[in-house]
Design a protein around this ligand. Structure first.
Ligand code: CTP
Ligand code: MG
Length: 233
């Protein structure tokens, strides 16, 4: 789990992964969900070298590998996490799921859906949302063309690949100077076709200030539904 960013677009005082959402730090929601996924053998959380906060913000019962060698880019942080998993015995063919700390609305069942869809796949895949709206090509703040939304997806995480392939893909992309904003883009650059697994728009990445309110509302809705109050039960 890359957790080494500064959250510059969030406008928050703290790195966004430590901001409170629905009564808990964002990172605690994310980790609690992943800790419930069956079959996850180890969780590696990559934090920034100067991070003093993770220890006090991790959820109770968290026993993962904390890797304090996050890099300047997300891809560098992910690479550091893969090295940590290797140091703990991960083998070439082991599956790894990379998940943004900032996607705190992830549900264990969505991760399970990804695992079920990819576990027999040669390459792996990612959660993603089919683009629902009409897409515009912009220029200088004006719409200059309408782009077909057919076959367009918004990439989410987790993204699931065999660790050997993913390391090779990230190293190759770095050597070629490619900009890598998710794992799938590096794997695609090697000529592979990651599987797209449709997921909810609620699996969004908290990026801007208004995203925190939206996440808060979804957490409250989930609690309300769980309480049974909406059915009068
Ligand atoms: N991340 C990371 N190392 C980096 C940059 C990002 O581990 N050098 C992590 C973030 O902590 C986050 C995830 O990658 O969980 C997705 O990145 P993003 O949403 O861009 O987070 P930030 O880079 O922190 O935010 P911003 O781009 O607004 O500064
Ligand atoms: Mg960023």
């Amino acid at each position: 789990m890359p957790c080494a960013g500064s959250g510059s677009r969030s406008g928050a005082q703290l790195p966004k992964q430590y901001m409170p959402v629905a009564g808990q730090p964002l990172i605690a929601h994310t980790l609690q969900a992943l800790m419930q996924v069956q079959g996850v053998e180890a969780i590696s959380v990559v934090i920034a070298p100067a991070d003093q906060l993770f220890g006090s913000y991790a959820p109770a019962g968290f026993q993962g590998i904390v890797t304090p060698t996050g890099g300047k880019t997300r891809a560098e942080s992910v690479r550091a996490g893969l090295s940590a998993l290797r140091a703990h015995g991960a083998a070439d063919q082991d599956w790894v799921l990379v998940h943004d700390a900032a996607r705190c609305l992830i549900l264990p069942e969505w991760v399970q859906m990804l695992i079920d869809a990819c576990k027999d796949d040669d390459v792996g895949g990612l959660l993603a949302q089919p683009v629902p709206d009409t897409l515009k090509q912009g220029h200088d703040g004006h719409s200059v063309a309408t782009v077909s939304r057919q076959d367009k997806w918004l990439a989410q995480t987790p993204q699931m690949f065999r660790i050997g392939l993913l390391e090779r893909a990230l190293d190759d992309a770095e050597a070629r100077g490619l900009e890598v904003t998710d794992e799938a883009s590096a794997v695609e650059a090697l000529g592979f076709k990651p599987r797209l697994v449709a997921c909810s728009a609620d699996n969004f990445k908290l990026t801007y200030p208004q995203d925190f309110e939206r996440a808060e509302a979804i957490f409250h809705m989930r609690r309300f539904k769980k309480s049974g109050l909406h059915t009068g039960a």
